[in-house]
Design a protein around this ligand. Sequence first.
Ligand SMILES: CC(C)(COP(=O)(O)OP(=O)(O)OC[C@H]1O[C@@H](n2cnc3c(N)ncnc32)[C@H](O)[C@@H]1OP(=O)(O)O)[C@@H](O)C(=O)NCCC(=O)NCCS
Length: 333
Amino acid sequence: MTKLQDVEGARHATILGVGSYRPSRLIPNAELVEAIDSSDEWIQQRSGIKTRRWATPEETVTLMSVESSKIAMERAGIEPAQIDGVVVATVSHMLQTPAVATMIAHELGLNRPVAFDISAACAGFCHGIALASDMVKAGSAQHVLVIGVERLSDLTDVGDRGTAFIFADGAGAAVVGPSDEPGIGPVVWGSDGEQFDLIRQKEDWRDVLEQDNPSMPHLVMQGNPVFRWASFEMAKIAQQTLDRTGITVDDLDVFVPHQANMRIIDAMARTMKLPDTVKIARDIADQGNTSAASIPLALDRMLEEGDAKSGDTALLIAFGAGLAYAAQVVTVP
Ligand SMILES: CC(C)(COP(=O)(O)OP(=O)(O)OC[C@H]1O[C@@H](n2cnc3c(N)ncnc32)[C@H](O)[C@@H]1OP(=O)(O)O)[C@@H](O)C(=O)NCCC(=O)NCCS
């Protein structure tokens, strides 16, 4: 017979608080179009983006994470000493190792929590929420800070008309902890590696170093196939998520999809037949696509503007490079 003892976690997990950080530089379409032979009208029509925010040199991945986390912890009513896990979703921390989560934990004055980064691109925040929920329920942590943070402006080629107007910077954080009722529903997640090349860092670092004049390997994207995949396949994933949670679109108050393109958001809402009463996040218009940060940024804005309120039922769905995706229904903190 085994002598191993098991630990018991919380019966349920929930999001206790969210916070976000929007960088200070506002970049309207007019500022980008000359370099890419485009127009404000084209960008707005095809993507819904009017302006985006790019970070200054001082607004680092760590700084944006720390600031958004402080707000999330305060709103959650959780002291730094109570946080025993930090999960950071990002693709724009420029050190291969160590994980930026450890530095963020240190800057926040946390008490040596488990801290690690995950790489799931735009789907990263929903991956983080699923992991944190499982950690709390398994007893491997009690309060987990989940951060989605990006400085995609560092990875964007401002001369590439396929990507220059899309990507942006920012951070959002959530505290996940124990609760008496389920506040985070079952995750539906997966990947389609056959489409690995559709959104990617152009070259790997070894190939870059072999070039005569090495330069930053930017993100490249085949926009149209990504657009079609997201518009049609993700509505199916959203429906599967509702089915697994045991609810229908009529039970939803809020829909917070990854902010990739306004037309994708509209197509998903149409395919899912969302009732008019469901409030839809449309942060992309003036924030751009902030990858792992887009869902917490959008949710926080909805709370601030009264489009979402504590206790609402929200569907989160995120998708991106990999292609990877994750979705869950949560109770708004
Ligand atoms: C990038 C995106 C906005 C482009 O819109 P689209 O409707 O797919 O446009 P296409 O790439 O089919 O290009 C249509 C035309 O516009 C042109 N075009 C492309 N980029 C342009 C730009 N920035 N400005 C003006 N014209 C542009 C193309 O050359 C093409 O011209 P043609 O018809 O003469 O050949 C869209 O594909 C998209 O948003 N994709 C998903 C992006 C995404 O979600 N990425 C992140 C996932 S996390």
